[in-house]
Design a protein around this ligand. Structure first.
Ligand code: ADP
Ligand code: ASP
Ligand code: MG
Length: 444
């Protein structure tokens, strides 16, 4: 069994939905995970934001615009009038529900319920289109099996048990459609796997079912060797090791949700990145093989804050680092990079929600200073310490850029730099120039 995920642009118009249906109806048994049509989740975020600001007129106007758009989509998607009416009625219920939600006071639970509607709409539209084409297909509601636990992490045993049960009860199908992104939390309330979370849904399903392969279909021909939004002429990387892909995803390669590779890695299920607009392009395969002696790709993660704690008294004392890390743990803030010297430690975080508290608590242990609006540049490949000269090559590329931190040797796959956000594009271009030479040029 394969798991195929199609992102927002892949189902962004009625024609694209039809193209996806063509791709998935080859008779092979599969589960297809769909995102909301592109732009829809952003509109739903806007609706929730208007409710938060108590501007119900604003919320209503976005809902009405979306309603008109979906009416057009539905009339273009189906050839039989009865199917247009059937799906339009179904979407009407969803839009009525959205209008009802605007009358309730804002809460994060309300926002999550609003955000869930995009995937509910796209999956119903595609399923009904497949039925119109005479394809035997079953829509599996993600809210019946996708769940997070008390730590907001996917509850793997719940997902495995419930999804397997649904599939066993409905074994007479070769094609199943389900919603990406949406789930329930430990209390059974509607929740989600964070923006871009449909990739995560596909990888979680692939992992719990021990699928043959997970395919992430998107609008580009695989993982490129640098961020194509900032560097011109980037080229696809044909193969990545799970750990290389996980680093790139976590450190900003938007093509993959930051944590989606982990479950596939643990389950040993290969992940293939493919292009819906060019289905015959080879894309990128992510598996456990390691290509020796090559630097594969570069990615960048914004909104990073560096926190420096200097204490000549404490650093060598037993338990000092423990106390520092505990401060981040109790403030529910993960640490990305760490560098140490004899008198100080600098750590980076990507979420400033608890920054004030963290700084306040760290002041017990030393003098604290922070640098905001920083960016982590992550270079990924075969970066084992025995490979002489690789770190020099990377450092040379950044010769003209002020570097705040360097982290190397934490794994065999990565060297990371902390720079100012404003230097990001120059750094990415310089790295492409040095590492991938003639393949890239700077975007004007
Ligand atoms: P989807 O809606 O299918 O999930 P996304 O927009 O989330 O698609 O991801 C695909 C986009 O990721 C590409 O269009 C590209 O602009 C961006 N991207 C950023 N970094 C990379 C990279 N290293 N390789 C490929 N695409 C990347
Ligand atoms: N629709 C959600 C988003 O836009 C999830 C996804 O597309 O992966 O973030
Ligand atoms: Mg995405």
């Amino acid at each position: 069994m394969k798991i195929l995920k199609f992102g927002g642009t892949s189902v962004g118009t009625p024609q694209r939905m039809k193209d996806v249906c063509q791709l998935i109806t080859d008779g092979e048994r599969k589960i297809v995970v769909l995102s909301a049509m592109s732009g829809t989740t952003n509109s739903l975020v806007e609706i929730a934001d208007y409710i938060k600001k108590k501007n119900l007129e604003g919320a209503g106007s976005v809902i009405n615009k979306l309603r008109t758009l979906y009416r057009t989509h539905v009339s273009e998607l189906y050839s039989k009038q009865e199917n247009v009416e059937h799906t339009d009625n179904l979407l009407n219920d969803i839009f009525m529900h959205l209008h009802d939600l605007t009358t309730k006071p804002y809460s994060t639970a309300l926002e999550k319920e609003i955000l869930a509607q995009g995937e509910l709409m796209s999956t119903n539209m595609v399923t009904n289109y497949l039925k119109e084409c005479g394809i035997k297909v079953m829509l599996i509601p993600a809210l019946d099996y996708m769940r997070t636990d008390a730590n907001s992490e996917p509850d793997m045993s719940f997902i495995r048990e419930n999804l397997s049960h649904i599939l066993e009860k409905n074994s007479g199908y070769d094609l199943y459609i389900t919603q990406g992104f949406i789930c329930r939390n430990i209390n059974g309330e509607i929740d989600n796997l964070q923006r871009g979370g449909s990739d995560y849904t596909a990888c979680l399903i692939g992992a719990v079912l021990h699928a043959d392969e997970i395919q992430i279909w998107t609008d580009i021909d695989g993982m490129h060797n640098n961020d194509p939004r900032f560097v011109e002429g980037t080229t696809p990387v044909r193969q990545l090791n799970f750990e290389e892909a996980a680093e790139l995803a976590y450190f900003g390669a938007k093509i993959l949700h930051p944590t989606c590779i982990q479950p596939a890695h643990y389950a040993g299920v290969p992940v293939r990145l493919l292009n819906t607009m060019d289905p015959s392009a080879p894309g990128t395969i992510i598996n456990d093989q390691m290509q020796k002696g090559t630097i594969k790709a570069v990615a960048a993660k914004d909104n990073i804050t560096a926190i420096k704690i200097v204490s000549s008294r404490m650093l060598l004392a037993t338990g000092f680092l423990h106390k520092l890390f505990e401060t981040f743990e109790v403030n529910h803030t993960p640490v990305d990079m760490v560098t140490t010297s004899e008198v100080g430690v600098t750590l980076t975080i990507d979420n400033n929600a608890h920054l004030a508290n963290i700084v306040e608590e760290l002041k017990q242990y030393g003098t604290v200073s922070i640098d905001e609006n920083m960016c982590i540049i992550c270079v990924v490949g075969d970066l084992r310490w025995g490979n002489v000269g690789f770190e020099t090559l990377v450092t040379e590329a950044l010769a003209n850029i002020p570097v705040r931190m360097i982290s190397y040797g934490g794994s065999n796959h990565n060297i990371s730099f902390l720079i100012r956000e404003q230097d990001k594009k120059a750094a990415l271009c310089a790295l492409s120039e040095k590492l991938f030479k003639d393949k890239n040029t700077a975007k004007k």
